[in-house]
Design a protein around this ligand. Structure first.
Ligand code: 5AD
Ligand code: SF4
Length: 582
């Protein structure tokens, strides 16, 4: 009986490495059955190698078969046609972490749907449970480990009832913890890293047919899933995420992303435009362009756009990587995307402050449907900490950029990310962060306690020397200053009229609706019929996915309250003045 399950590793570019796992995983079983001496290579293994793939197979041909069993007889290989179909098996997804993961879920689902899988929102009905995971902080991973324990307990129970379920880990955690996941959680069946979702049908087929653990965690220099139209689920189909680039080259010293999601690569512009056009035809009213470093987008695949110009970094910013040359830049893409549908709002996240040339800011200011909202992750307000974080800017350069942004886009809403308690952070550094938060006046913030991640520059070179309770205290201080500032910034819109894209019923009360302003602030307002357009006498109910003008009556740190005045549209509404629409 075989005790070691073969760890299956397949690449989307290479033919399956079916003979490689033989010596490691199968030798004992093969020897036992053939009576062969320990030192020799079995005849059957030689035969396997001889009949296995040639060197050329690894270079040119796409994989058509998949090794699922170390005995390597032909019947253990799955043909592309027969073995990979979903057979209406039901997949249940759970998504953790950032918006990129929401988009990745849609990509993975799109791939499986084409192979005949069905999707279920009921865990009990699922034949396959896929967790799309996040590794950015220890806490995110711990949540997933805990969830895995519940799921594997469920899997054991289901084995007894003859309705087996397969468990798959997708995304960053699969990439970071491949061996630990397969060894510690023996009941995990499939691992697919962020660049391996195309392999999911094959991995699932392997796990189902052979009962083996199957994994592909290879990172790619090219994969952008450009040709895969994600199946959108967000906000009842009225808002959609469109991934425009993947990976990150910045190597901030605290960050695991470059290791889990690989090198930066941009999706060709034509496929982005095609997806946005399709979404517009489906009635989607808001598109968020996504990427780990969204504004360093650069598509060099479209020859007609190629120039010799280098990426211009914002003043006072640097990068440890050589900036890319030529091609279509983020400002060009934003220009093209925003022309597709003037009634569709365009947002983007998450940018890096280094890539905000004036062209981008001017376009945001001028283009009616590009939201006047910028996420500008600062991470710290102290030069000493920014240097240790390898952010490539100083506090002064960041504040200069904020001034420039406010000058070009006077009504801009700014949000940011901060990390409290990074290696070597002193109380004085922390005070500088608080003062930066006060100085800028963000209206939304994402604040985190530092969590040391293996592989990063900080892990190798710096000391995680801020005590957990000190990190926590500093984090809480940042949160409270953020709240005060957000309240102040939001209070400034009370009395104004804002164009709100309606999301649907408020979570708290069925009497209320909720939607978002151009600045991405949540607005709650009573559900009532309003004039079909400003100054019209006939009224109509308000529905999700429509625009309404809302008079803002009060503000808190997290949301605004108001009253709807009339239905509206982006096209019929002038660009807001600093206190909203007059
Ligand atoms: N610890 C805490 N926060 C982190 N972030 C990234 N890496 C870490 C880490 N190791 C935060 C940064 C980033 C956001 C997505 O997550 O603020 O902008
Ligand atoms: Fe991580 Fe820095 Fe890249 Fe953002 S820019 S994903 S923080 S390495």
């Amino acid at each position: 009986m075989r005790t070691v399950k073969p760890l299956l590793c397949v690449s989307k570019h290479l033919a399956p490495l079916r003979w490689l796992s033989k010596p490691r995983n199968c030798s004992n079983a093969a020897r036992a059955s053939s009576g062969e001496k320990k030192t020799g290579v079995s005849d059957s293994f030689r035969r396997q190698v001889a009949s296995g793939p040639r060197f050329q197979d690894f270079i040119k041909s796409p994989p058509v078969t998949l090794a699922v069993n170390c005995e390597h007889t032909d019947e253990h290989y799955l043909s592309e046609d027969l073995g990979l179909l979903g057979d209406a098996r039901k997949v249940y997804f759970e998504t953790y972490g950032c918006q990129m993961n929401v988009n990745d879920t849609e990509i993975a689902w799109s791939i499986l749907q084409k192979k005949g899988y069905q999707r279920t929102a009921d865990l009990k009905q699922a034949d396959v449970v896929l967790l799309v995971t996040c590794s950015i902080r220890e806490k995110a991973e711990q949540t997933i480990w805990n969830r895995l324990q519940q799921l594997t307990a469920m899997k054991k129970k289901r084995l007894k009832t003859n309705s087996p379920v397969k468990i798959g880990i997708l995304g960053c955690m699969a990439e970071r913890l491949k061996t630990e996941l397969l060894e510690r959680e023996k009941l995990v069946d499939v691992l697919a890293g962020p660049d391996a979702y195309r392999d999911l049908p094959r991995l699932l087929a392997a796990a189902t047919a052979g009962g083996q653990q199957a994994s592909n965690v290879l990172l790619s220099l090219e994969e952008t899933y450009a040709d895969i139209m994600p199946v959108q689920h967000a906000s009842q189909g009225r808002s959609a995420f469109v991934s425009i680039m993947r990976g990150c080259d910045n190597m901030c010293s605290y960050c695991i992303v470059p290791f889990t999601r690989g090198r930066e690569r941009s999706r060709p512009v034509s496929s982005i435009l095609e997806e946005v056009r399709m979404l517009s035809e489906q009635g989607v009213k808001e598109v968020t362009l996504l990427g780990q470093n969204v504004n360093s987008y650069r598509d060099t695949s479209e020859v007609q756009f190629c120039g010799s110009e280098r990426t211009k970094l914002s003043r006072g910013f640097s990068t440890i990587y050589r900036a890319k040359q030529g091609g279509l830049r983020f400002s060009d893409l934003l220009d093209l995307v925003s022309r597709i549908d003037p009634d569709m709002r365009i947002r983007f996240t998450s940018p890096h402050p280094k890539d905000f040339p004036d062209e981008v800011l001017q376009l945001i200011a001028e283009r009616q449907n590009v939201c006047k909202q910028i996420h500008l992750p600062a991470q710290s307000g102290s030069n000493q900490v920014l240097k240790a974080m390898r952010r490539g800017y100083t506090r002064e350069a960041y504040l200069d950029l904020v001034d420039n942004i406010k000058q070009i886009i006077p009504d801009v809403s700014l949000s940011s990310d901060f990390i409290s308690g990074f290696c070597g952070e002193t109380d004085d550094d922390h005070q500088q962060t608080l003062s930066l938060i006060r100085e800028v006046g963000f209206n939304v913030g994402f604040l985190f306690a530092y969590s040391m991640r293996k592989k990063t520059h900080a892990f190798h070179r710096l000391q995680d020397d801020v005590a957990p309770q000190v990190k926590q205290r500093r984090l809480e201080e940042c949160i409270s200053v953020f709240r005060e500032e957000a309240e102040r910034v939001n209070a400034a819109v009370v009395g104004s009229t804002q164009l709100v894209l309606v999301e649907g019923e408020s979570k708290r009360s069925a009497e209320d609706l909720c939607g978002r302003t151009d600045g991405n602030m949540k607005v709650i307002f009573p559900k009532e019929d309003v004039a079909v357009q400003a100054s019209a006498s006939n009224t109509a109910p308000i529905r999700g996915g429509g625009y309404v003008l809302v008079k803002i009556l009060s503000a808190g740190s997290q949301s605004l309250r108001g009253r709807a005045l009339s239905h509206s549209s982006l096209i019929s509404t002038p660009t807001p003045s600093c206190d909203g629409y007059k």
